[in-house]
Ligand binder design. Structure first.
Ligand SMILES: *Cc1c(COP(=O)(O)O)cnc(C)c1O
Length: 415
């Protein structure tokens, strides 16, 4: 892969693109929300559909010349329907955040009540954080994870729902390693006649492959990202039952967006097609197996895992017990210098701050795409531990960085 065509007209941007390609090749993308899309997905995203206006929906557009845009969007919808089984799918949200905003805009009035997980406990900005407009427009209350187990406090959630009386309960998380029990959240929402939005952003691919329980058919609305555990390029998706189809479609366009990004929708169609291949199921199983191997090995080294392990693609390490003087941010910097790219993350009961948190979050979706199996992942865990434990040693960072480059060379992402 190269950017020769860009270089002909714009060497400065070509330098940045080639730099980024090289960075991805020689580092481990262990930020839990990242993955590597196929060249086919990248090509679809870089296609002539970026030129096309297609406001509206297939067979019902506000512009002429949409026959191929219609084909692509219908393929994306049909494949998403096959993957997740929802009655209605909208593939136009530009991102997962915009998918969530469409649900709020469709179903709530300003001032209505949202009950969602606290950000430091694994929630997401788009679930009502005051820095997002959702937090300013609606009345937000937040539930937490159980401090003992690190898993959702379903009973606490039910009690809070009863006292707060929300209009919508939001589930689905950014830094939650365990399987979500969608039906228990649904029961809490039902008890107070609230809607339930299940935001499966991180686990969209795991759900598609059947390695995590699906919220489709349980929650009223299901949103997702298309670039995390599924490799369909950057974007969002929203699903619901037929009774809410019109409201959701109107809330996406014209409610929150203008023309759909048809090139990204082409990427979604290609990526969804790839996920329908039986190989994808094996991939998703390997992602989880790798995350469990990563967690087990880090725990063997004495690191403390929130919830004690993982059922998903990510582990969340609480550094406070083993390395009280090391913040997640400093660990992130040291690891990045050693070519292991993950992020500092808040942990339940955070005692530092969102800017200088106490944990690190690591995901296996990206490294599994490039062919890492359990053995390689165990070595990666050893390397992570070496850096964490000796984060001030330039020699350690250098040696680990060299070894990571060797591992990366053995597992190229692109041809
Ligand atoms: C990643 C994520 C999203 C979507 O993020 P975008 O960057 O807007 O695509 C939404 N919800 C949760 C829980 C997430 O982790």
């Amino acid at each position: 892969m190269d950017y020769d065509q860009v270089r002909e007209t714009d060497p400065a941007v070509a330098d940045a693109l080639e730099g980024e390609l090289e960075r991805q090749e020689r580092t481990l993308a262990m930020i839990a929300s990242e993955n590597h899309a196929s060249e086919a997905v990248l090509a679809a995203q870089g296609s002539v559909l970026t030129n096309k206006y297609a406001e509206g929906y297939p067979e019902s557009r506000y512009y002429a010349g949409c026959e191929y845009a219609d084909d692509v969007e219908q393929l994306a919808i049909d494949r998403a329907t096959e993957l997740w089984g929802a009655e209605h799918v909208n593939v136009q949200p530009h991102s997962g955040t915009q998918a969530n905003q469409a649900v709020y805009f469709a179903m709530l009035d300003p001032g209505d009540k949202i009950l969602s997980l606290d950000l430091t406990h694994g929630g997401h900005l788009s679930h009502g954080h005051p820095a997002n407009f959702v937090g300013q427009l609606y009345d937000v209350e937040q539930y937490e994870v159980d401090p003992e187990t690190g898993t959702i406090d379903y009973e606490g959630l039910r009690d809070l729902a009863e006292s707060f009386d929300p209009d919508i309960v939001v589930s689905g998380y950014s830094a939650y390693p365990r399987e979500v029990e969608w039906d228990r959240i649904q029961a809490a929402a039902d008890a107070v006649d609230a809607y339930h939005l299940a935001d499966m952003a991180h686990i969209t691919g795991l759900v598609a492959a059947g390695v995590h329980d699906s919220p489709v058919g349980i929650a009223d609305f299901v949103t997702g990202s298309t670039h995390k555990t599924i490799r369909a390029g950057r974007g969002g998706i929203v699903m619901c039952g037929d009774e809410h189809a019109d409201a959701i479609d109107k809330a996406v366009f014209p409610g929150g967006q203008g023309g759909p990004l048809m090139h990204n929708i082409a990427g979604k169609a290609v990526g969804f097609g790839e996920a329908l291949d039986p190989e994808f199921q094996a991939y998703a199983e390997q992602v989880v197996e790798n995350a469990q191997a990563l967690g087990d090995r880090l725990a063997d080294h004495g690191l403390s895992l929130v919830s004690g392990g993982t059922d998903t693609h990510l582990v969340l390490v609480d550094l406070r017990e083993s390395h009280p003087d090391l913040s997640g941010g400093d660990a992130e910097d040291a690891l990045a210098a050693a070519n292991i790219v993950l992020n500092g993350n808040t942990v339940p009961g955070e005692t530092r701050s969102a800017f200088d948190p106490s944990g690190i979050r690591a995901g296996t979706a990206g490294i599994t795409t490039r062919g890492f199996g359990v053995e390689a992942v165990e070595e990666v865990a050893d390397l992570i531990y070496r850096v964490v434990d000796d984060h001030d040693s330039e020699d350690v960072i250098y040696e680990v960085g060299e070894r990571v480059e060797e591992l990366c060379d053995a597992h190229p992402i692109y041809e």
